[in-house]
Design a protein around this ligand. Structure first.
Ligand code: B12
Ligand code: SF4
Length: 461
C-alpha cells in the first residue's frame, strides 16, 4: 500500500473541465488499497500562477510518490517545478502520465529528473508500477513504462489498448468539488477516433482504435454527478460521438428515459453528418455542436486528410443551423505549407460563416504537437515567438505575460520537449500574423467584421 498525490496539471482557469482520466486513475488506485490525495491546478486561482514556486506550493505534499497528469501545455511548468522539488528532496518519486508525454518520453527523461513515465492508458500500468516500486524490481515487465537503469533510459513496449472498458471504474468525483466546474455534466462515453487528420495527436495516443463504454455505466456516472451537482447541461466530449449513429441514438434515448432532460452538446464531424443525423440530434435535445473545419480550401483539406471539402462543410453547417441553435466552427491557420492565397481563402470562409447567426468561429495557430503527423514531417523546421504561443494553444491567454518568463527560458532551451509552444516556419508568416493580430485572434467576430475591408484589400495586393 502506497501514499500517492495525484496532480492534474491542467492550466485552464476559464471553464475548467473535470480531469476525467486522472480521476479514473484515482479510483483504480483506491480500489487497489492505495491512499490518494488529489489536486486539480485548473481550479487554483492565485496570483503568479505560472511561477514554479506557486506550483510547488500548490503541490504541497508529504507523500513520497507524486503523479502528474500533463498536457503539452502544462509540461514546462511541471518539469521546471519537478527540477526544483528533486533538488531539495531527491527521495521524492515522480511519475508522469497523460496526453502531454505522448511521443516525447525519452526527450523528457533526458533533460529532467523525472523517475517514471507511463505512456498510453494508465489504469493497469499505474498499479503495476506502484507494486514494482514497493518491491524494488519488475520494471522491465511493465508495458507502457519508461524508466532509468543507471545512466540508461529504457522504454518498454506499449500496452495494448483497453478494449473492454467495463473494468474501468467511474472517476473519483468525490475527490474534487464539482461545483467549481460549472453546472455542466461532462461525459466521455468512448475512447479513440478512427480518422487521421495530420495536425492531431489523437491517432498516436489511441491508435485509431475505438472503445465504447456501456450505456449503463454512462447512466450510472450521470446519476453520481447529479448527486453532487445540480447540472443544467450535458457535455459529451467524445472525439467522434457521431460515428456510431445507432449507439449514440440509444444512449441519448436512455439518458432521457432515466430522467435527465438537460440539453446536451457534442462534437460533430462534417463527413459523417446528414439531415437524418441532425434531426436525431435536434429531437434528443442537442443545443450546441462543434465542427472542426480546419482549413479554408480543398488544397489544404486534402493535404491534412480532413475527409471533407469546403463545399461539404458549408452545406452541413448551414443545414445544421436549421436544427441546432449554437455551432462552433474551428479553423487552423499557419500550416507549414499554407500559402498566402490559402490564408485569404480561409479568411473568406470565416466571413461566410459569420453571416450565419448560429455560428461562432474559432481560429488557432497550427501547433507542432508531438505525435501528430505534421510534427513528424515538419517538426525540425519550427520557430518561437512569445506573442504567438498563446495563439497556438500554448499558454492560457488570461495570464499575465510577466508570469511566462521562467517558462519561456525552458521552452527556448528544449524545443524537442516543448515543440507545441512553437509554430511551423512558413512563407509570409509576418503578413498573416499581422492580419490575425489586427483582427484579434479568436472569437472576436465583431472586430473581425470591422477590419473586413482592410483584409480584403491586403489580399488583393
Ligand atoms: C477533454 C479534452 C480537453 C479538455 C480538458 C479536460 C481535462 N480537464 O482533462 C479541454 C477542453 C480543457 C482541453 C484543452 C486542451 N487540449 Co485537449 N483534449 C481533450 C480530449 C478530447 C479528451 C481527454 C480525455 O478525457 N481523455 C480520456 C481519458 C480517459 O484519457 P486521458 O485523460 O488521456 O487519461 C489516460 C492516460 O493519459 C493516462 N493518464 C492521464 N493522466 C495520468 C497521470 C499519471 C500519473 C499516469 C501514470 C497516467 C495518466 O491514464 C488515463 C486513463 O487511461 C483529448 C482527446 C482524447 N480523446 O484523449 C484532447 C487532447 C488531450 N487535447 C489536446 C490539446 C492539444 C489541447 C489544448 C492544447 C488545445 C488548445 N489548442 O488549446 C488544450 C490545452 C489545455 C491547457 N491549457 O492545459 C491534445 C493533446 C496534446 C498533448 N500532447 O498534450 C488531445 C490529444 C487532442 C488532439 N486533438 O490532439 N482538452
Ligand atoms: S481532428 Fe478529430 S476527427 Fe481528426 S483525427 Fe483528431 S479527433 Fe479524429
Amino acid at each position: 500500500m502506497s501514499n500517492i498525490t495525484l496532480i492534474n496539471a491542467g492550466l485552464i482557469l476559464r471553464d475548467p473541465i473535470p480531469p476525467i482520466g486522472p480521476l479514473i486513475l484515482a479510483s483504480v488506485l483506491r480500489s487497489n488499497g492505495h491512499n490518494v490525495t488529489f489536486r486539480d491546478f485548473q481550479t487554483h486561482n492565485v496570483k503568479n500562477r505560472l511561477f514554479f514556486s506557486t506550483f510547488e506550493d500548490f503541490i504541497d505534499t508529504d507523500d513520497q510518490i507524486i503523479g502528474f497528469s500533463v498536457f503539452c501545455t502544462s509540461l514546462p511548468l511541471v518539469l521546471g517545478t519537478i527540477t526544483k522539488i528533486k533538488q531539495k528532496n531527491p527521495n521524492k518519486i515522480v511519475i508522469l502520465g497523460g496526453a502531454g508525454v505522448n511521443e516525447i518520453q525519452i526527450e523528457i527523461m533526458s533533460h529532467f529528473p523525472v523517475d517514471y513515465i507511463l505512456y498510453g492508458e494508465g489504469e493497469e500500468s499505474i498499479v503495476e508500477l506502484l507494486e514494482a516500486i514497493e518491491a524494488g524490481e519488475g520494471y522491465d515487465k511493465i508495458k507502457g513504462l519508461v524508466y532509468r537503469e543507471g545512466n540508461q533510459i529504457i522504454k518498454n513496449a506499449p500496452r495494448d489498448r483497453l478494449l473492454d472498458l467495463s473494468s474501468v471504474p467511474l472517476p473519483a468525483y468525490d475527490l474534487i468539488d464539482l461545483s467549481k466546474y460549472g453546472k455542466i455534466a461532462y461525459l466521455l462515453t468512448s475512447r479513440g477516433c478512427p480518422f487521421g487528420c495530420k495536425f492531431c495527436a489523437t491517432n498516436s495516443i489511441w491508435h485509431r482504435i475505438m472503445a465504447y463504454r456501456s450505456i449503463e455505466s454512462v447512466i450510472e456516472e450521470l446519476t453520481v454527478i447529479s448527486k453532487q451537482c445540480d447540472f443544467e447541461q450535458i457535455a459529451i466530449i467524445d472525439d467522434t460521438f457521431v460515428l456510431d449513429k445507432e449507439r449514440s441514438k440509444n444512449l441519448l434515448t436512455r439518458i432521457r428515459e432515466n430522467g435527465f432532460f438537460q440539453p446536451f452538446s457534442c462534437n460533430g464531424k462534417i463527413s459523417l453528418m446528414n439531415e437524418e443525423w441532425l434531426k436525431i440530434l435536434d429531437e434528443k435535445g442537442c443545443n450546441h455542436i462543434f465542427y472542426g473545419v480546419e482549413a479554408g480550401n480543398d488544397t489544404i483539406l486534402n493535404i491534412i486528410d480532413k475527409g471533407h471539402t469546403i463545399e461539404q462543410a458549408l452545406t452541413i453547417i448551414k443545414q445544421t443551423s436549421d436544427y441546432i441553435p449554437s455551432i462552433r466552427a474551428s479553423f487552423i491557420w499557419g500550416y507549414p505549407f499554407e500559402t498566402i492565397d490559402d490564408f485569404y481563402d480561409l479568411i473568406e470562409i470565416l466571413y461566410e460563416l459569420m453571416a450565419i447567426k448560429e455560428v461562432k468561429t474559432q481560429l488557432s495557430l497550427c501547433s507542432p504537437i508531438p505525435g501528430s503527423e505534421l510534427h513528424l514531417m515538419y517538426g525540425s523546421n519550427i520557430d518561437f515567438r512569445i506573442d504567438t504561443n498563446s495563439r497556438a494553444g500554448g499558454l492560457p491567454v488570461e495570464e499575465d505575460l510577466e508570469d511566462y518568463v521562467e517558462l519561456q527560458k525552458l521552452i527556448l532551451l528544449y524545443p524537442d520537449v516543448f515543440p507545441s509552444f512553437y509554430y511551423f516556419k512558413q512563407d509570409n508568416f509576418e503578413e498573416k500574423l499581422n492580419i490575425i493580430k489586427s483582427v484579434d485572434w479568436i472569437y472576436n467576430q465583431n472586430k473581425l467584421k470591422k477590419y473586413k475591408d482592410k483584409i480584403v484589400k491586403a489580399g488583393q495586393v
